[in-house]
Design a protein around this ligand. Structure first.
Ligand SMILES: C[C@](O)(CO)[C@H](O)COP(=O)(O)OP(=O)(O)OC[C@H]1O[C@@H](n2ccc(N)nc2=O)[C@H](O)[C@@H]1O
Ligand SMILES: Nc1ncnc2c1ncn2[C@@H]1O[C@H](COP(=O)(O)OP(=O)(O)OP(=O)(O)O)[C@@H](O)[C@H]1O
Length: 289
């Protein structure tokens, strides 16, 4: 038996940090949405009671460091599953990019193995288990569009943003999320208008959404990697209506509504950046099935 599962990336339309917690994590409030750029996972039976990951990508570990491996291992232990699995991951989401690629692979593994092993768990239970693997995994279990709080694992679903194009450009550097949070200076944060973003999405007002994008981690990554600022400037120059870094970066995304504008921004960026994508927002909750 084989099962194919899709693992889509996310972007953060708004990302605020409220304070540092006693457990070392940061209390966040952010608006996240799923986009149509996805890894594909194939689950198949293993003839031994073991988890095996095949990653096809030299930047992605194929052992217990892989977040998909950790997801399978957690489920197996918690529900005393006496079966093995081979998880074959075909990556399309750039690695260490701020797009939750590894988290989404873990979430897809949880959803897929829930079916594959007939566990009958709810998405809420899978999201709780996901939180043990990483802060972004809970959101990735559900997909769609949500306000995430706590360290990112408390999910409140909201409506999808209006249809638009997302152009993504990733410079050839990978960013450590821990480093970015560590370098954040809490005293000098300019807080984005998260409530304004939620309201703009509810009203399906594309221009308002564009005026409300904001990410407090952006300044930190821009300081560490000036090439991210350059990509932002270029994306604005080519005509994106909103430009922001996703998560801890370094991927920059631009929003546009018209296809002709999307083509102009995409072609312009391709001139000097290797990893450029133009995708749709998949902000509806059932879009990951
Ligand atoms: C930047 C975002 O991607 C935005 O969606 C997330 O906040 C990060 O989510 P993630 O990559 O799943 O993060 P985790 O794997 O849980 O944590 C990686 C490291 O980032 C820091 N971290 C993460 C989340 C958070 N709310 N506060 C933190 O300080 C911690 O140092 C942690 O050790
Ligand atoms: N399945 C996986 N896919 C990609 N990277 C993985 C995976 N499992 C573990 N990793 C490790 O996690 C690191 C971060 O990768 P990932 O692509 O998840 O970052 P990210 O997109 O910045 O995540 P986030 O946005 O959640 O902070 C990689 O450098 C890699 O070593």
């Amino acid at each position: 038996m084989k099962l194919l599962v899709k693992a889509p990336a996310k972007i953060n339309l708004s990302l605020d940090v409220l304070h540092k917690r006693t457990d070392g994590y940061h209390e966040v409030r952010m608006v996240m949405t799923t986009i149509d750029l996805a890894d594909r996972l194939e689950l198949s039976e293993h003839n031994r009671d073991e988890i095996k990951v095949i990653s096809h990508n030299r930047f992605v570990p194929d052992d217990s460091r892989n977040l998909a491996y950790q997801a399978a291992s957690l489920l197996k232990r918690r529900y005393d599953v006496k079966k093995g699995v081979i998880i074959s991951i075909t990556k399309s989401i750039p690695v260490a990019a701020g797009l939750a690629g590894g988290s989404s692979d873990a979430a897809a593994t949880l959803r897929g193995l829930n079916k594959f092993w007939g566990l009958g768990l709810s998405l809420d239970t899978l999201a709780e288990i996901g939180a043990e693997i990483g802060s972004d995994v809970s959101f990735c279990v559900y997909g769609g569009t949500a306000v995430a709080t706590g360290r990112g694992e408390k999910i409140q679903h909201i409506e999808a943003p209006p249809h638009c194009w997302v152009i993504l450009a990733k410079p050839t550097i990978g960013v450590s999320t821990a480093d970015v949070y560590r370098n954040l200076s809490l005293d000098s944060i300019k807080h984005p208008d998260v409530d304004g973003m939620i309201e703009a999405i509810r009203n399906k007002e594309f221009e308002d959404i564009c005026s409300k994008v904001g990410n407090v981690l952006e300044d930190v990554t821009l300081q560490l990697y000036p090439e991210v600022a350059h990509i932002k400037e270029q994306m604005k120059k080519f005509g994106a209506d909103a430009v922001l870094m996703s998560g801890s970066g370094p991927t920059v995304f631009g929003l546009v509504q018209r296809e002709s504008r999307m083509q102009r921004v995409y072609n312009g960026l391709r001139g000097f950046c290797d990893q450029v994508y133009a995708v749709r927002i998949l902000g509806e909750r059932n879009s990951i099935e």
